[in-house]
Structure formats: structure tokens, C-alpha cells
Design a protein around this ligand. Structure first.
Ligand code: HEC
Ligand code: HEC
Ligand code: HEC
Ligand code: HEC
Length: 355
């Protein structure tokens, strides 16, 4: 045995080992300029599209009596035809409670009654879904979402999160600010497990920034280490939720610069704002309606993050639009306000016009 054959043997072993690391065909998508390394390499198997459930029966023809006139207590789907209403009920049963059926939300002796909390929650979820589809096309485009996008046949979506317990700040290790308590929400990194909470609940949450403002930033423009850690925590979550690398959205020459980022980054920017509205206006306030066993350790409701819809895919459900078969979930019928709007100031009450 000479040196060459030994080398050859070693190379073959290496090839065999490397081959074992990433079996299967890969697909490659170029996202940025040549040479910037902005490629998305994905195993073909990772792209397999999960089948979506077929409609419960053929969608009904338009027209007919509005549900408001046909039933007693219809507050959201009132303008939908009676046939379309029953069809929507059949679909949501399949998506939320396929085993328990209509009675998961209804007292069969009185369908109009709101005695079950699940029905009260479902009504708010109907409004939330309509809002996503009618006001967040900046994110969901015409693909839209249905209850199935999050629920997938389960009453409680498999991917949701609550505020982590704060722990005891007076304990011997002090307040860890969520450090060293890895959660799936920060891709199991030892980054603050509060990153998603920091950025995905509050509509007035700060922009997600690491770089300081301007070329000669004053101390006031500098961002804290805590903000940096939270930003990276959220970014790890984003990448993992969509099954992509950082370069799916960023050019690493500058994580900040928008003009060299991909269009997906802008869509993600809207996604962050959409999730804040979902959690802040819809799911958060439902904590009052849910029974205690549905709440997290801090008494909050189970909230949404990028993975609730995406589940490791750059487009949820492989980009299949279920919404086209469910016009009732698209309608932008007048909404019940989450918080009653303040009464308009009476004319001539000495109030100057708002600028
Ligand atoms: C996930 C919860 C949920 C399930 C499951 C569900 N419903 Fe409903 N149902 C609702 C909600 C919410 C409303 C009120 C809608 C509104 O206010 O616009 C409603 C209202 C109704 C009404 C109107 C009653 C009235 O007089 O006001 C009927 C009829 C109805 N549902 C039938 C059904 C049938 C039949 C099934 C099973 C195939 C079903 N629902 C399954 C949540 C549900
Ligand atoms: C953006 C994601 C999302 C969409 C879309 C969505 N839901 Fe939900 N839903 C959630 C989350 C998260 C929870 C869990 C809240 C909790 O348990 O604190 C939930 C809880 C519920 C529950 C309570 C279940 C239980 O057993 O406590 C019902 C009922 C429900 N949703 C119905 C619906 C219906 C009907 C639709 C479509 C009209 C819908 N949801 C659309 C995220 C979503
Ligand atoms: C799906 C798109 C997407 C992916 C993937 C992604 N990011 Fe981001 N990133 C964004 C968006 C959107 C913002 C701006 C958020 C805002 O302003 O609210 C941002 C902001 C940032 C910032 C702050 C830049 C500044 O202005 O200071 C850094 C740093 C960053 N990302 C790093 C990363 C890293 C590291 C990864 C991979 C682990 C990553 N990102 C993956 C979309 C993405
Ligand atoms: C309510 C469900 C839902 C949630 C939550 C959600 N998305 Fe999306 N997202 C969608 C849908 C639907 C699409 C597909 C739209 C389309 O056809 O382009 C999409 C598309 C995207 C795309 C474009 C992907 C591509 O390849 O073109 C990005 C990037 C993205 N989402 C990022 C995010 C981020 C980041 C979050 C969390 C802050 C998030 N999404 C949360 C529903 C959701």
C-alpha cells in the first residue's frame, strides 16, 4: 500500500462521511448578487408540501337569505348567506374540533347561546382572521389564512407561547432576564427567552435595531446589549420558523441596510407588525375569557409567533391558498371594536380640529 492509495482511501472515507451528512437532492435559489453568498440551499425533502384538507363539501352558490335574518345571534358573519354560513361552520369544525364536532362550541339545545367559552373565543378568532385577510395583504398577500393555518385540526395550535415565569429576582443567581433558559422561541439559544415577548405583543414596541443611528452616534443613539440580544433572539426565531438562513432576508455586508436586503425582509417587517396586532388586540385580551387551564404561568393567553403559521416553511402550507374557498373569512364586514371607540366630540364644543 503506497501513500497515494492511502490518500485516496482517506478521501473516499471523507466523501462517504460527508455524503452521510446531507443525503438527498438539494435545491438552490439565488437571492442576491453573484458572489454575495446569498443563496438558499434546501433539501428537496424539506420542501414537501403537506396536503391541506379539502372543503367539507362543494362551496355553495352565492345568494340567499343573510345569516343575520336566518339565525338569532350572529354578530360577525351576519352578511354572509345562510348556505355560506353553514358551510363555514362545517369547515371550522373540521379545522378546530374534528372529533368533538359542533358541540365543542355549541350547546346543541340552543345554538344561539354563548354559554361555552369556546364559542366566544371562536367569534373573536373569526374577526381576527378577517382582519388578517382584509388588512394585512402586505404580509399574507392574496394567499391569506384560514383557521387551519394555525390550528391544523387541533383546538389549541401546536405552536404558541406564553410569557416565561420571571423567576425570583432575589434568588442567589439574581434576575437572569430570561438568560440561560433556552426555549424553542429563541431557537434554543442562550439568548433571552423574552425576545419574542419583547417584540411581538406591543404595537408600540421599539423597532428591531442593533446598529446605532448615524455615523457619529451620540451616547443617546446607542442601543443596549439587552436590545442586541433580544434582536438576535428574535432573528434566530424568524430563521427557524421559516426554515431559512439569515441571507434569505439580509445581505451580511450590512444587516441594517434595506436597499441591499431581499424583498422577503420587507414582507417580514409587515409580518412582525401583523403579529403584534394579532397578539395585542385579539389573543391577549382573550385571557379574560379562557379558563385557567388554558393560560400560561403568568396568567396570559397562548400567543402567536412566526412559527404558529409558518412551521418551518417560507410560506405556510407551502403557499397553498385555502382562503379562496372560504369567502366568509375574507369579508371586511364592520368589526366589533376591541375597545369601544371614544365618542366623537360634539360640534362646537370648543375642541380645535385635530391636526
Ligand atoms: C370552533 C367553534 C364552533 C364550532 C365547532 C361550530 N360553531 Fe357554530 N358558531 C360559532 C360561532 C362563533 C357562532 C357565532 C358567529 C357570529 O357571531 O357571527 C356560531 C353560530 C352558529 C349558528 C347560529 C345560531 C344562532 O341562532 O345564532 C348555527 C346555526 C351554528 N353555529 C351551527 C353550527 C353547526 C351545525 C356546527 C357543526 C357543523 C357548528 N356550528 C360548529 C362557533 C362554532
Ligand atoms: C394566527 C393564528 C390563529 C388563527 C388564524 C386562528 N386561531 Fe384560534 N387560536 C389561536 C391560538 C394561539 C389559540 C390558543 C389561545 C389559548 O389557548 O390561550 C387559539 C384558540 C382558539 C380556540 C379555543 C380552543 C380551546 O380549546 O381553548 C378556538 C375555539 C379557536 N381558536 C377558534 C378559531 C377559529 C374558529 C378560527 C378561524 C375563524 C381561528 N381560531 C383562527 C390562534 C389562531
Ligand atoms: C425572514 C426575514 C429575516 C430573516 C430570515 C432574518 N432577519 Fe434579521 N431582520 C429582518 C427584519 C424585517 C428586520 C427589521 C425589523 C424591524 O425593523 O422591526 C431585521 C433586523 C435585523 C437586525 C437589526 C439591524 C439594525 O438595523 O440594527 C440584525 C442585526 C439582524 N436582523 C440579524 C439577523 C440574523 C443574524 C439573522 C439570522 C440568524 C437574521 N437577521 C434573519 C428580517 C429577517
Ligand atoms: C397568520 C399567519 C402568519 C404569521 C403569524 C406569519 N406569517 Fe409570514 N406569511 C404568511 C402567509 C400566508 C404567507 C404567504 C404570502 C404569499 O403568498 O406571499 C407568508 C409569507 C412570509 C414571507 C415571504 C416568504 C417568501 O418566500 O416569499 C416572509 C419572509 C414571512 N412570511 C415572514 C414572517 C415572519 C418573520 C413572521 C413572524 C414575525 C411571520 N411571517 C408570521 C402567514 C403568516
Amino acid at each position: 500500500m503506497n501513500v497515494t492509495s492511502l490518500r485516496f482511501g482517506a478521501i473516499m472515507v471523507g466523501v462517504a462521511l460527508l455524503g452521510a451528512c446531507q443525503p438527498g437532492a438539494k435545491s438552490n435559489q439565488q437571492l442576491g448578487y453573484r458572489g454575495t453568498g446569498m443563496d438558499q440551499i434546501q433539501l428537496k425533502s424539506a420542501k414537501l408540501v403537506e396536503p391541506v384538507p379539502a372543503p367539507p363539501y362543494d362551496p355553495p352558490a352565492p345568494g340567499g337569505k343573510p345569516a343575520r335574518e336566518a339565525y338569532q345571534n350572529v354578530q360577525v358573519l351576519g352578511d354572509v348567506s345562510e348556505d355560506q354560513f353553514s358551510y363555514t361552520m362545517a369547515a371550522i369544525t373540521q379545522w378546530i374540533a374534528p372529533e368533538k364536532g359542533c358541540n365543542y362550541c355549541h350547546n346543541p339545545a340552543n345554538m344561539a347561546s354563548d354559554e361555552l367559552y369556546t364559542k366566544v373565543v371562536a367569534r373573536r378568532m373569526l374577526q381576527m382572521t378577517q382582519t388578517i385577510n382584509s388588512t394585512w395583504s402586505s404580509h399574507v398577500k392574496q394567499t391569506g389564512v384560514t383557521c387551519y393555518t394555525c390550528h391544523r385540526g387541533q383546538a389549541v395550535p401546536a405552536v404558541a407561547w406564553t410569557l416565561p415565569p420571571t423567576g425570583n429576582p432575589n434568588s442567589i443567581v439574581g434576575n437572569l432576564h430570561g438568560q440561560n433558559a433556552p426555549t424553542p422561541a429563541s431557537a434554543y439559544a442562550s439568548l433571552p427567552n423574552t425576545a419574542v415577548a419583547h417584540y411581538l405583543i406591543d404595537k408600540d414596541a421599539p423597532n428591531i435595531r442593533v446598529a446605532a443611528n448615524g455615523t457619529h452616534p451620540t451616547p443617546a443613539d446607542k442601543l443596549t446589549v439587552m436590545e442586541t440580544e433580544n434582536t438576535y433572539g428574535l432573528m434566530m426565531h424568524t430563521s427557524q420558523a421559516l426554515g431559512v438562513n439569515c441571507t434569505y432576508c439580509h445581505n451580511t455586508a450590512s444587516f441594517r441596510a434595506w436597499n441591499i436586503s431581499t424583498p422577503a425582509r420587507a414582507q417580514a417587517w409587515y409580518g412582525i407588525r401583523m403579529v403584534r396586532e394579532i397578539n395585542g388586540d385579539y389573543i391577549g385580551p382573550l385571557a379574560k375569557v379562557f379558563p385557567a387551564n388554558r393560560l400560561g404561568p403568568m396568567g396570559d393567553s397562548l400567543k402567536v409567533n412566526c412559527a404558529t403559521c409558518h412551521r418551518g416553511q417560507n410560506k405556510p402550507l407551502g403557499g397553498v391558498s385555502m382562503l379562496k374557498d372560504y369567502p366568509a373569512l375574507r369579508s371586511s364586514a364592520p368589526m366589533m371594536p376591541a375597545v369601544a371607540a371614544p365618542a366623537p366630540a360634539p360640534v362646537g364644543a370648543g375642541v380645535t380640529a385635530a391636526r
